[in-house]
Ligand binder design. Structure first.
Ligand SMILES: Cc1ncc(COP(=O)(O)O)c(C=O)c1O
Length: 391
């Protein structure tokens, strides 16, 4: 048997993540990277000292450490997500929650609806199950409600996957009305909502952040959160809070996958949350990233107004740019890289690729300094203008 016969057809079909390929370059010290969605390590607090690390030496429970689950349940309740502590599952990053949900509900006969564009690693998790992804267009207020209704009627999907707050990659934030309309529609059609919310605490303007699942009356739901973007992504601690009928299945799949999330990592997060320092830390992050966002917006306005289409995100880590006609994002990325600036082409964020996807770039402003942001945008603007001249 050849190796290719050994590997399942879904695994064979999986595309390598171009983001991972690009992130290789971001390790080089002379490269200025706006590519990854990475937090700025200069603003990561030190780990708290644990009173007793021995407590985490033994196997633990698949659902997660009880104290952390209670803390997550409190956070979720404060946001409006109605779930008891029994509905909380601690996961190895929210990426694992995506994988567990996918394995629980999707197979090669399933269809799932996503935003267009959407988070690349979610596309990969859904496709690994063999599911078909149908993209639904969005406007400035979130997923288009008429397009969603049509897609629900035509495709009869198992689930709808949404990132309502400061979306990766497009940066959009849903309006309050759109959140309510989507919830009402999903209740009407009885379709599972998978709501992914890792960026919500990185909020810089006054916008509504009410979880869509909090408006649901009867449809099943899974709400995911993460400590990666606000504390330490290396610890890999995230969570899913899910409706009562769904959570036991997620726990079963979690058991098969890795028994439980690393106990030491859970205890570190839990101790930090209990210290009372978290709210002030979030304020510092918001102030810091807001300034970076503003520097990026000002520099873009100076060098790229009337050349690229973009809007200023109210939170999160990303600007999403549409390039002028006939300027290829892949070529821009290669040329910018030659000038030591790394940005990501947008094509990988589309589940159903088409030629027009080569018009987008994702720029992350979270990790680099304000001066470096100015420099990177100036370089990028030069590259784009040069390519326009050649067309
Ligand atoms: C939308 C979205 N969901 C989930 C994740 C996964 O985050 P983590 O596994 O670090 O919690 C990310 C990471 O970039 C993301 O952007």
């Amino acid at each position: 048997m050849t190796l290719i016969q050994l590997v399942t057809s879904q695994t064979q079909k999986m595309k390598a993540s171009p983001i991972r390929e690009f992130l290789r370059y971001s390790q080089q010290p002379d490269i200025l990277s706006l590519a990854g969605g990475l937090p700025d390590e200069r603003y990561m607090p030190p780990y708290p000292t644990l009173d007793s690390v021995e407590a985490s030496q033994q196997y633990g429970s698949s659902e997660g450490e009880i104290l952390l689950r209670q803390q997550i349940s409190d956070i979720a309740t404060e946001r409006g997500v109605l779930g008891s502590v029994n509905q909380v599952l601690v996961t190895n990053g929210s990426q694992q929650a995506l994988d567990l949900i996918s394995r629980t509900v999707l197979n090669d006969e399933s269809i799932i609806l996503t935003e267009q564009p959407t988070y690349l690693a979610a596309i990969q998790a859904f496709e690994l199950q063999g599911a078909q992804i149908k993209e639904v267009p969005s406007d400035a207020f979130g997923m288009d409600i008429n397009a969603l209704r049509d897609a629900l009627d035509v495709h009869k999907p198992k689930a709808v996957y949404l990132i309502p707050n400061f979306q990766n990659p497009a940066g959009h934030c849903y309006s309050d009305q759109r959140r309510k309309d989507i919830a009402a529609l999903l209740d009407e059609k009885d379709v599972l909502l998978i709501e992914d919310d890792p960026y919500r605490d990185l909020c810089y303007d006054n916008v509504d952040l009410t979880p869509i699942c909090s408006y649901l009356k009867s449809a099943p739901w899974a709400y995911m959160g993460s400590f990666s973007k606000v504390l330490w992504p290396g610890l890999r601690v995230g969570y899913v809070v899910a409706s009562e009928e769904l959570i036991p299945y997620l726990v079963k799949i979690k058991q098969v996958t890795d028994l439980h999330t690393n106990r030491l990592a859970q205890c570190i997060i839990s101790k930090y949350l209990a210290s009372g320092k978290y709210p002030q830390h979030i304020e510092i992050l918001q102030d810091t990233y807001r300034k970076k966002r503003d520097v990026m917006a000002q520099t873009m306005a100076t060098y790229l107004t009337d050349i690229v289409d973009y809007s200023v995100p109210a939170g999160g880590m990303f600007f999403w740019l549409r390039l002028p006609k006939n300027v290829s994002s892949n070529r821009v990325c290669r040329e910018a890289l030659a000038q030591k600036v790394l940005v990501l082409p947008g094509g990988a964020f589309f589940a159903n690729p088409s030629e027009s996807d080569d018009a987008y770039l994702r720029l992350s402003f979270s990790r680099v300094s304000e001066d470096d942001l100015r420099h990177a945008v100036r370089i990028l603007a030069g590259v784009i203008k040069k390519m326009m001249d050649y067309e």
